[in-house]
Write a protein that binds this ligand. Sequence first.
Ligand SMILES: Nc1ncnc2c1ncn2[C@@H]1O[C@H](COP(=O)(O)OP(=O)(O)OP(=O)(O)O)[C@@H](O)[C@H]1O
Ligand SMILES: [Mg+2]
Length: 225
Amino acid sequence: MGGCFVTGTDTGVGKTVLAAAMLAALRADGVRVAAFKPVVTGLDEPEPGRPADHELLAAAAGLAPEAVAPQTFGPAVSPHLAAELAGTTIDPAATIAAARAAGASADALVVEGVGGLLVPLTVDFTVRDLAVALGLPVVVAARPGLGTISHTLLTVEAARAAGLDVRAVVLTPWPGAPSAMQRSNVKTIARMAEVEVATLADVGTGVDELAAAGAALPVGRWLGP
Ligand SMILES: Nc1ncnc2c1ncn2[C@@H]1O[C@H](COP(=O)(O)OP(=O)(O)OP(=O)(O)O)[C@@H](O)[C@H]1O
Ligand SMILES: [Mg+2]
């Protein structure tokens, strides 16, 4: 299966924006794309003016939101707890199968993880386990500023420890006038993690805008297997 797994150093670091920009850019290039988000939580607490993750991914990919996310929950908590509160558990095998099915008729599947790599879908099955099961290379969304070096190195190390192929780190949202520290972070992460570091500018939720931002990224290099 061709594609990419977008993870992040934390929740709320820009995974959805990055994945949507990649999808929109690929689609604008005529690539048949599919998007997948294994679990969406927090639908009870929408961010004003922002679509939910699966809605933005679906818009970027030209798909229906239901095709992107098979499992959605209201509370803004970890997937394993959201499922527990709903009186259910997430089925790892079914989640892997749903991801494969989502990507079956596409040239490129872009999967957005949930929070960071070690977030539990169940207490025995993390987001990292899902990325390994899908055999997709990983791109890491990370904050540009103070604190990002350690969070990013931890994430890259955790990914590589499980045999994942980390294709890039993307610092987002990258300001128009980055500080000396932010510019230094690019070089420091690239050198210490021996990884490509790219940046993604502040972008709105319009598909054309996302496609333009994604076109500035070397997305083709990040698609696997
Ligand atoms: N390049 C960017 N342009 C505009 N906003 C951004 C960008 N990167 C991050 N953000 C902002 O950061 C916040 C979190 O972004 P996003 O929803 O993509 O994070 P996430 O990692 O997908 O979060 P979650 O863990 O909830 O899935 C959003 O409010 C978004 O506006
Ligand atoms: Mg998201």
